[in-house]
Ligand binder design. Structure first.
Ligand SMILES: Nc1ncnc2c1ncn2[C@@H]1O[C@H](COP(=O)(O)OP(=O)(O)O)[C@@H](O)[C@H]1O
Ligand SMILES: [Mg+2]
Length: 252
């Protein structure tokens, strides 16, 4: 079976300086993969290349059977309809002038899905699935009227509303305090199962990675240095950089 997301030998450079080099990574439908590494490792660049926000200098990204690096410009949006990217900072990434109901429904508008009524129903259902209840009481509010955790829930509701096959979450919990971080990561795992969605969770936190995902991919200096099952990687890291991350988690 071919993978839902198949990244082969992907490289991205900015002004001739390599940001990621020779990244190869597969994510099967319904799978959860954590992309782990320190700041500047290249994690966001991988996500941004998959989402079409940066152009690769080499390599291939195949999503749901379509080679994103080969589709004509005008068809790229449609080819990425089945994926959604959630960013680190829900305050900056949610449109501030829209009410929550419209924030959540907006991806349906962008992809021309449904009519006004069905979009509203989908927004209510999405808000309920991220446990913002009663959903109706959130529809008319603005993102800035919500707490950080509620805003990140809205960001996930917005991600779910088009029923994507792939969710790319780039440090979705980094602006939140420790207890909320676990809550949001567990919500993401719950949604992955209930929506049968593949998840790529980008984080610098190895413990959160292991909690949220079955597989872990470790990046350092723009390259993948280790890949494996979360429990194996934590118990028996093969690369010294991963061992250092494990040490940092356990306080050794
Ligand atoms: N838009 C950009 N322009 C120039 N350099 C960039 C840009 N985005 C990322 N980089 C560089 O690429 C490397 C990887 O960055 P990034 O993917 O953001 O890492 P991470 O998300 O793991 O912290 C870093 O050296 C960073 O400075
Ligand atoms: Mg980043």
């Amino acid at each position: 079976m071919s993978a839902l997301l198949d990244i082969a030998s992907l490289s991205v450079a900015f002004d001739g300086k390599p940001a990621i080099t020779d990244v190869t990574l597969q994510v099967a439908a319904g799978d959860s993969v954590a992309l782990v590494g320190g700041s500047g490792a290249g994690k966001s660049t991988v996500a941004r290349a998959v989402a079409g926000l940066v152009t690769p200098t080499a390599g291939r990204i195949v999503f749901d059977g379509v080679d994103l690096t080969a589709v004509p410009q005008r068809r790229r949006g449609a080819a990425r309809k089945g994926m959604h990217l959630v960013f680190q900072d829900p305050y900056a990434s949610l449109p501030p002038t829209l009410r929550v109901g419209d924030v959540v429904a907006e991806p349906m508008v962008i992809h021309r899905i449904g009519d006004r009524d069905s979009r509203r129903r989908a927004a209510v259902a999405a808000l309920e699935s991220v446990h913002l209840r009663p959903a109706e009481s959130f529809l008319q509010r603005y993102p800035h009227e919500l707490s950080g955790g509620q805003r990140q829930r809205v960001a996930f509701a917005r991600a779910l509303v088009t029923r994507p096959k792939l969710l790319l979450a780039d440090e979705p919990t980094s602006g939140l305090d420790a207890s909320l971080r676990l809550e949001i990561v567990d919500l993401m795992s719950e949604l992955a199962v209930s929506e049968n969605m593949a998840v790529v969770h980008i984080t610098h936190d190895l413990a959160l990675a292991a909690r949220s995902c079955r597989d872990i991919v470790v990046m350092q200096g723009g390259r993948i240095v280790e890949t494996g099952r979360a429990d194996t990687v934590l118990a028996d890291p093969a690369h010294e950089y991963t061992a250092a991350l494990v040490g940092a988690v356990s306080g050794v």
